[in-house]
Design a protein around this ligand. Structure first.
Ligand code: SIN
Length: 284
């Protein structure tokens, strides 16, 4: 087994891991310990890595089956890697800049996202996270109990549908986004889910893909979702990840939401991203 050291961040749910070279295959005992560390720290940063799409894909393959990434074209030759790219002169809205959990509109949304900083701007471009476990625990017991009886409706239509954000996109966007009528489909997931590995309850709604609460009128859904979104992203539940070149971030979409920030106009930002398959969200 290869030993590694964890350096927790003040927020309590993120940590930097030192001591592993992800360009090399990891033995089974190390992978088991890594999974346990990720359960404790759902936002895990591997500093000082030397990865490219091939190495990122090889690392992802050791952790489990890949997820399905439907609306961004994969890199040629790397079916499980997409680029999150923004050129220095791009003016299109920043990809992923509203709070979301990756692909939560899928029947089995991804467990993990792996994001590698290949070209990191000298300033800005941080990724923000919010902690679903803490947000869930921070609700009153009665409201939480009622929310456990509810399902959120998740859809990619507002983003990737024919009338969605990316259908009206700015021609300067360098990412290869795929707009499709498939995005009109929706899935229902528990508003509070039980994490399949930690067994803990976590809030599972997000601003981008949760479009309603099943069984409620649209105005009722809107009011409750707006409250939950504001609650989920309270400053005390947030963590800001400041990128260094060569960092790989692995986050758990089942219990955190995230967004990409700007502030790096005039600089290029290039990340490689893979997702790992998840399971159908369990009720709490
Ligand atoms: C994403 O939402 O996957 C992208 C996050 C980032 O670019 O920081």
């Amino acid at each position: 087994m290869t030993d590694f050291v964890l350096e927790p961040a003040a927020c309590g749910y993120a940590a930097t891991l030192h001591g592993l070279d992800l360009a090399q295959p990891l033995d089974e005992a190390t992978l088991v310990r890594l999974r346990a560390a990720w359960r404790d720290y759902p936002v895990l940063c591997f500093a000082g890595q030397d990865l490219d799409p091939a190495r990122l894909q090889a690392f992802g393959a050791q952790l489990g089956p890949f997820g399905d990434d439907p609306y961004v074209a994969a890199l040629p030759g790397f079916p499980h890697v997409i680029e999150v790219r923004r050129e220095a002169r791009e003016t299109a809205p920043i990809f992923g800049s509203q709070w979301h959990s990756d692909w939560s509109f899928q029947a089995t949304p991804p467990s993990a996202t792996l994001l590698y900083g290949a070209e990191v701007p000298p300033l800005g471009g941080d990724t923000l996270f919010a902690n679903g476990y803490a947000a869930c625990a921070g609700l009153s017991a009665d409201f939480r109990a009622w929310l456990k009886t509810r399902h959120g409706v998740h859809s990619a239509a507002p983003s990737y549908g024919p009338q969605g954000l990316f259908a009206r996109d700015d021609a300067t966007r360098s990412m290869r986004i795929i707009v499709s009528a498939d995005a009109e489909r929706s899935e229902r997931h528990p508003v509070i889910r039980r994490h399949a590995e930690s067994g803990r309850e976590t809030l599972y709604v997000n601003h981008v893909y949760t479009v309603g609460i099943e069984g409620l009128r649209q105005d009722e859904s809107r009011a409750i979702l707006d409250y939950l979104f504001a609650h989920f992203t309270r400053p005390e539940y947030q963590y800001r990840h400041r990128w260094q070149p060569g960092s790989l971030l692995m986050w758990d979409n089942r219990c955190v939401i995230h967004l990409a920030t700007g502030g790096y106009e005039g600089h290029r930002r290039l990340m490689y991203r893979s997702t790992l398959a998840g399971e159908r969200p369990l009720p709490a």
